[in-house]
Design a binder for this molecule. Structure first.
Ligand code: NDP
Length: 338
């Protein structure tokens, strides 16, 4: 084990779109675990858009990151030192940890052992078998509750969560329409992820987007799986069918806003259509992770779910990787290979 390691820290609270100067790389002495602690050498770090929320002074369901403190996220690592009788050196663990080459850890609700030989790449434990796949699974199946023959709309459908959520809806026998930015991503929704139709939201206001959804779904939308919020949510509300469900997963369109988001104009549709909108945090489902992981692994192994990973190399690439993630330039589940 080396005597020092590097990690990514929050240097300044971003205002609007984060910039490189908001972050720094700090060198720390490799920690010695106290009683109940262990040290992990991180192999992969998951970079999630939700981290943006925790960089600013806004409410979030995970704690705000303090100035000067390391960013935190889910990591996959190997234990290099342990003072916890339940954790052995050499074990591979997932956990909610600091973003750096090493993390000083305690067992928490997200700590779990993984068999890194069981997947095509160990990184899969942070994508399809990580919070990404789990979020898609519970958000689509528990909140959306799809039935065969229904029509499902998914936003950020080329993204990590959206692409998996859409494929789960297809497995449930639904007709699936994806929304993404740009012609290339829209082509991928159909060719790569098997969606039935694609809508490019770029350059479209509320009216044009609503018209595009109506054209793709002439019989209306039964489920809207939302990663975005803003006018995509507003347009989807307007197209809901009787008994429709909105699974509110994320609000990526407002993470970088410096003003209050525009109000929704179609909320009345929830009343008119006896529809419901329900947010969820995947962290609430930890007891059911084994069920979801078994299903996701099965669908991946039999080729019913495909997924993309974008892995950037090393802590030095980390700040740029975060910037790409925060402005939506990533082409798959964003991770750092440590
Ligand atoms: P990805 O980075 O893989 O995909 C996000 C995509 O969102 C981008 O690729 C981009 O696609 C689109 N996007 C980015 N900015 C905007 C914008 N301003 N307006 C519209 N679209 C935008 O992210 P994930 O798939 O990992 O995460 C998706 C959502 O899931 C996020 O909102 C995240 O916070 C949420 N989440 C929720 C969890 C929960 O427990 N509820 C847990 C984990 C994630 P395009 O080029 O098509 O615009």
């Amino acid at each position: 084990m080396s005597e020092s390691y590097r990690e990514i820290v929050l240097q300044r609270r971003p205002v609007g779109q984060p910039v490189a100067e908001d972050f720094a790389i700090a060198t720390r002495p490799t920690p010695v675990p106290a009683e109940g602690e262990f040290v992990v050498r991180n192999l992969y770090v998951s970079l999630d858009p939700g981290i943006r929320q925790r960089l600013s002074q806004v409410d979030s369901y995970v704690a705000l990151i303090e100035l000067g403190a390391p960013l935190t996220s889910t990591t996959l690592g190997v234990v290099t030192a342990s003072n916890d009788p339940g954790i052995a050196v050499g074990e591979h663990l997932i956990g909610f940890n600091t973003v750096g080459e090493y993390s000083l850890c305690r067992q928490g609700p997200l700590t779990r052992r993984v068999d890194i030989g069981a997947t095509a790449s160990p990184s899969n434990h942070l994508s399809i078998l990580g919070m990404t796949g789990l979020t898609a699974y519970f958000g689509m199946l528990d909140i959306g509750a799809p039935k065969a023959g229904e029509t499902v709309l998914v936003s950020a459908a080329a993204g990590a969560v959206g692409s998996i959520a859409a494929q789960i809806a297809k497995i449930a026998g639904c007709r699936v329409i994806g929304i993404a930015g740009g012609a290339e991503k829209c082509a991928r929704l159909i060719a790569e992820f098997g969606m039935n139709a694609a809508i490019d939201y770029r350059g479209k206001g509320l009216k044009a987007l609503t018209a595009a959804i109506r054209e793709a779904a002439p019989d209306g939308i039964d489920i809207y799986f939302d990663n975005v919020g803003g006018i995509q949510l507003d347009a989807a509300l307007d197209c809901l069918n009787l008994g429709g469900r909105v699974s509110l997963c994320g609000l990526i369109a407002q993470y970088n806003l410096t003003e209050a988001p525009a109000p929704l104009t179609n909320l009345f549709k929830l009343i008119a259509k006896s529809a419901r909108i329900e947010g969820f945090a995947v962290l609430r489902y930890t007891d059911r992770f084994p069920e979801a992981l078994a299903a996701l692994a099965g669908w991946t192994n039999d080729g019913r779910i495909v997924f993309r990973e974008q892995i950037e190399d090393g802590v030095d690439a980390g700040i740029d990787a975060f910037l790409k993630l925060f402005d939506g330039r990533n082409q798959g589940k964003m991770m750092l290979n440590m």
